[in-house]
Write a protein that binds this ligand. Structure first.
Ligand code: ASP
Length: 299
């Protein structure tokens, strides 16, 4: 099988001054994942590597650079899925962990569970040898300033954050063995209620992968995405329509029509054809397949 990979760096109204950082970020992520796939690595390894790059990049709302919650803390959600055997791992509301996508993979590979949350997830992380970090390793001055403004100004209703940027990250990859994997990671929404969990760590909502159906990763207003199981929904449309671009459009149409939702989706078909769609002003994204000399990068 020829490999393929697609990533996103969030759907929203990304201000012009951030466009370059977003495009550079998704480009670096896709290049790292592509290099691994070409060398014969698994789709899951490529997804993890691409997402880690974006978690470490403070341009995005994942890992370092995440939005703060109403208490001025960072709470992170992430999930991943291996389409070969439908293995899933996810974490929600974890703090002081630099790369929650790695922790979600540890849940998948090294626990009997699908989703761990909060302190239990953190205890598992320490048991698995993950180093703790400080709040300042995750929260950057830009986000402290945003938090202060929101705290002393208006609160942030759920639908509104998608007018300021929303920069969740995600990736779907197909490897040479024909396996598909998907992963998504986020700091959630700005000024969110402590304990709030969006779509990202919920299987079928923020991510989904099945070698027989394809793989997908979502971004946008999590409360709306969760209601339509956007990542699974787009693969249903792919089965019906056969074309990833049409499937993405149909899924985002459903999101808007059924729940007045806002967001974006990326996907790969089982044979590595990419698709994406969003109803927000922007979504930073990139893909590469074996017929291309360089990735396509868009915002
Ligand atoms: N979907 C994420 C959430 O609601 C936010 C995003 O995609 O940026 O937590």
């Amino acid at each position: 099988m020829e490999p393929a990979i697609i990533v996103h760096g969030g759907a929203g109204d990304i201000p012009p001054e951030l466009h370059q950082a977003h495009q550079q970020g998704v480009r670096r992520a896709i290049e790292a994942g592509w290099e691994l796939l070409v060398a014969g690595a698994s789709a899951m390894d490529a997804v993890e590597a691409a997402v880690v790059i974006m978690e470490d990049d403070e341009a995005f709302d994942a890992g370092r650079g995440s939005f703060l919650n109403a208490d001025g803390q960072v709470e992170l959600d992430a999930g991943c899925m291996d389409g070969a055997e439908l293995h899933v791992g996810a974490v929600a509301s974890v703090q002081f962990i630099r790369n929650p996508i790695r922790l979600s993979r540890a849940v998948m590979d090294r626990s009997e569970h699908v989703l761990l949350v909060g302190q239990g997830a953190q205890r598992f992380a320490h048991k698995m040898g993950f180093a703790s970090c400080d709040l300042t390793d995750l929260a950057v001055p830009r986000e402290f300033a945003r938090w202060q403004k929101l705290l002393f100004g208006q609160s942030s209703p759920a639908r509104q954050p998608f007018s300021p940027p929303s920069d969740t990250v995600g990736c779907v990859a197909l490897d040479r063995a024909g396996h598909i994997a998907a992963g998504t990671s986020t700091g959630g929404t700005p000024n969110k209620m402590p304990g709030r969990v969006g779509d990202v760590p919920m299987v079928g909502c923020g991510f989904y992968a099945d070698d027989r159906l394809g793989g997908a990763s979502s971004t946008g207003w999590g409360e709306s995405i969760a209601k339509v199981l956007l990542a699974r929904l787009v693969l249903h449309h792919l089965q019906q329509l056969g074309d990833p671009w049409a499937a993405a459009e149909a899924a985002i149409e459903d999101l808007a029509e059924r729940v007045n939702g806002l967001g974006g989706i990326i996907l790969l078909s089982p044979d590595g054809r990419p698709g994406w769609h969003h109803n927000t002003p922007h979504m930073s994204r990139a893909y590469r397949t074996s017929t291309m000399d360089a990735p396509v990068v868009r915002i």
